[in-house]
Design a protein. Structure first.
Length: 269
């Protein structure tokens, strides 16, 4: 009887998380360079077996799949049958969002794959697709969140230059002289980058270490728009809401049946 309660509660938690992910995507639909997150859920036995049979003899992470070959210590996967689902992870969609021309000399978009390197006040390095930059009081190039934009020589400084430009190959030009070059990197698995704030991304073990882009291609005076499809996200939100309502009704039904069972067996003749 209680298995039904656990399954329904698990479904409610999954749909609540799905709703939060969709809400985050919709909240950042106008954030330049934002790339939507996609939740991934797994059945609990799959997650459990993934933890039990985490390492094989050669030390690599492997998950035995059909036809269910012999695994570590003679264990087998039991298949996809499960009583509960859990959110396993969220990954980032790497689809290009499109270009919006702004004619702002401080705006720039990356053409193709790549991420700008930025640094917060604590010295932590993050990465972003948003090229909506500006100059702070110290004459340094910063993001709209105040993070320093990094070049080959560290934080990019333009000083009190009256004329500013960005070239297509990544050079930063102040008063007609090249002062630095954008630090643009890529990753083996960028979908596993962790979102920090609105558009900043942090490295994870799954994403791999940053690798410098050999041939930088930029579009000065333009911004990359987010790749969030509002209609698609609204549909996903409605689906999550309806699934949550269905799971809550199942939970209440099982609760009522449990109460009746306890009441009937608890009577004394």
């Amino acid at each position: 009887m209680h298995r039904g309660l656990y399954a329904a509660a698990s479904a409610m938690i999954v749909q609540e998380t799905m709703h939060d992910v969709v809400a985050n995507n919709l909240a950042n639909v106008s954030s330049s360079g934002f790339r939507r997150r996609i939740p991934v859920n797994k059945s609990f036995p799959e997650v459990l077996m993934d933890r039990i049979e985490k390492k094989s003899e050669d030390g690599e992470i492997k998950l035995v799949a059909p036809p269910f070959q012999l695994g570590l210590k003679g264990k087998f996967l039991i298949g996809d049958l499960s009583l509960a689902n859990v959110i396993s992870e969220t990954y980032m969609s790497t689809e290009f969002g499109g270009l919006q021309v702004t004619d702002n000399p401080f705006d720039v978009a990356i053409v193709g794959e790549g991420y700008f390197a930025v640094q917060d006040g604590a010295g932590n390095t993050y990465y972003t697709r948003s090229g909506h930059f500006q100059k702070n009081a110290e004459g340094q190039l910063v993001t709209e969140d105040g993070m320093l934009v990094l070049g080959d020589g560290g934080p990019i400084e333009v000083g009190d230059a009256s004329r500013f430009a960005i070239t297509e190959n990544g050079n930063v030009v102040a008063d007609g002289a090249a002062v630095d070059m954008f630090q643009v990197v890529t990753f083996d698995n960028p979908t596993y980058l962790r979102q920090v704030g609105r558009t900043a991304l942090a490295v994870t073990p799954q994403s791999g270490a940053p690798v410098p882009v050999e041939e930088i291609r930029l579009e000065p005076g333009a911004l990359e728009t987010s790749n969030v499809n509002v209609v698609e996200e609204m549909v996903r939100m409605v689906e999550a809401h309806r699934a949550y309502e269905s799971a809550s009704k199942v939970l209440m039904t099982h609760d009522e049946l449990t109460g009746k069972l306890i009441a009937s067996y608890g009577r004394t003749s």
